[in-house]
Design a protein around this ligand. Structure first.
Ligand code: GDP
Length: 169
């Protein structure tokens, strides 16, 4: 099944977005970075297309204690998904780790979109432009908490949707 991975630094709002897409509170949302440890999956349907959404663990390569395990999970998650939502934090601004992950996705020829979360109001919209430094054509501003632009994000996922290949004998 077409699989969409949500990746991003700890605390950017991956779990909140996952819950928003899933329509119920099934991922743990916390103020402490790095709360989403285990991978969660959900089958979503939009525009009549079914796809799997995977909430990966966050990556925080500075966090020594969890470093090894997180890097392992991060790389494992790269092989799992067909398409990635790279979630960045509009309140925090561009972070070197965002650039690093962008580069890893490009090196591995993974398709992805950059989605700026926490754009709760017009004022924060101005910070979104910063993320164009990542060299992408488009940034989708969303607010996972308020559900703002989540439909635009889902449309974008469907634009990149690839049907499963038929299994023939
Ligand atoms: P994760 O570590 O990336 O999974 O992040 P979480 O989903 O646990 O969210 C981290 C924090 O950011 C929590 O306090 C959320 O309430 C907050 N958060 C998530 N989405 C938004 C948003 O759209 N706007 C604002 N203002 N806060 C958000």
């Amino acid at each position: 099944m077409f699989t969409v991975g949500i990746i991003g630094r700890p605390n950017v709002g991956k779990s909140t977005l996952f819950n928003r897409l899933a329509g119920k509170r099934i991922a743990i949302v916390d103020d402490m970075p790095g709360v989403t440890r285990d991978r969660l999956e959900y089958i979503a349907e939009w525009e009549g297309k079914k796809f799997k959404i995977v909430d990966t663990c966050g990556y925080d390569l500075r966090e020594e204690l969890l470093k090894k395990e997180m890097i392992k999970q991060f790389y494992a998650s790269l092989d799992e998904a067909d398409f990635f939502v790279l979630l960045v934090d509009a309140k925090e601004g561009l972070h070197p780790l965002d650039e690093m992950v962008c580069n890893i996705l490009r090196e591995r020829e993974k398709k992805f979109i950059v989605v700026a979360n926490k754009v709760d109001n017009e004022k924060l919209q101005s910070f979104v432009a910063d993320f164009y430094q990542l060299g992408v054509e488009e940034i989708i501003p969303i607010s996972a908490t308020h559900g703002k632009n989540v439909d635009i994000l889902l449309d974008k996922i469907i634009e990149n949707y690839v049907e499963d290949e038929e299994v023939t004998d």
